[in-house]
Design a protein around this ligand. Structure first.
Ligand code: AHR
Length: 320
């Protein structure tokens, strides 16, 4: 080995050591929303794995879907003097005071998977998907699939006031605008859960002649879609055929449904928001590198043509 190579190797080892030493020195508080969906469970487990891999001391707080619990947890993290805070905000509004307190204490905050309505200087960066695009991709798939036929759509919305519910609705409506044959005839929140998705879809089916005149069910996440699929089957119709099913997340169970011919399309949301978040925090702690304000993850469309069985196998061990 030449001397230059030896030096480069030594420098590489030193960098690796100092960056892992840096990660090991870091204590990060994570205020998670809860466990409303398979996607959320996967995000939690990927975040814990990423922290362990990097030697980050992660303090995890489950808010059980309540903003007040998230605010309490964040205040607790500030009091403990953590090095950084990750927060997945359950709703968009009401964060100014608590994030202002974190700023005052010089603790960088990273938003994970959902945004807030508030000044951008309250957080270092946001790692999330383009949620308007997710809705648009779902809507464009439907427009392309159905063509000129009349299409009555029912929509299962996510948690009221959350950015994915607001933005996925907006994007979908943008995609069907200008196509007079597409109409959202009913829209209600299913709170991103499987049980509420089923319950709301049962109501839609009852109110709409048993579902005979419905063309499609659009759900803001796969868990509500899976609940809705069960409701459609219970009503004696075939999901995926009599009523098209399009949703967002790409969790293993939607690929199972796709393989069975009961779901038609999903838009992927990666559960690995923590990887980019820890990269940013490590760089910021090391030399003050300021990341871009928004780190946008991909939104890929999957249909039955994309090997649902294989996609199920690839994802099933990820903590969904
Ligand atoms: O914020 C992301 C959304 O929250 C996911 O799409 C949904 O499954 C979750 O509950």
């Amino acid at each position: 080995m030449t001397i230059l190579k030896r030096l480069a190797l030594a420098a590489g080892i030193a960098t690796a050591l100092s960056s892992s030493a840096l990660a090991a020195d870091m204590t990060v508080g994570f205020s998670q929303i809860g466990s409303e969906s398979g996607w959320r469970a996967a995000e939690t487990s990927v975040t814990k794995q990423e922290a362990e891999k990097r030697g980050v001391n992660l303090k995890f707080a489950d808010a059980q879907q309540k903003q007040e619990n998230q605010i309490k947890a964040i205040r607790g993290f500030i009091a403990q003097g953590v090095d950084a805070i990750l927060v997945a905000p359950v709703v968009a509004t009401g964060w100014e005071s608590v994030l202002g307190e974190a700023k005052e204490a010089n603790i960088p905050v990273v938003l994970l998977d959902r945004g807030i309505d508030g000044p951008e200087d309250l957080y270092l960066t946001s790692v999330a998907s383009d949620q308007v695009k997710e809705g648009r991709v779902a809507g464009e798939w439907l427009v392309k699939t159905v063509g000129d036929k009349p299409c009555n759509i029912v929509e299962l919305q996510g948690t009221v006031g959350s950015t994915p519910a607001i933005n996925r609705k907006k994007g979908f409506e943008e995609a069907i605008a200008g196509h007079a044959n597409f109409k959202i005839i009913r829209s209600q929140t299913g709170d991103f859960t499987r049980s509420k998705g089923k319950e709301v879809m049962e109501g839609f089916l009852k109110a709409e002649n048993g579902g005979k005149d419905l063309c499609a069910m659009y759900a803001h996440n796969d868990d509500m879609a899976v609940g809705g699929i069960q409701a459609i089957k219970d009503a004696g119709l075939k999901p995926g055929k009599d009523i098209l099913v399009v949703s967002i997340d790409a969790v293993p169970d939607i690929f199972k449904a796709m393989e069975a011919g009961e779901a038609n399309a999903t838009v992927e949301l990666t559960p690995n928001m923590a990887g980019p978040a820890f990269d940013v925090l490590e760089a910021f702690k090391k030399d003050g590198t300021v990341p871009p304000k928004f780190i946008i993850t991909e939104s890929k469309l999957y249909t039955p043509a994309d090997d649902p069985k294989g996609e199920y196998e690839r994802r099933k061990g990820l903590g969904y």
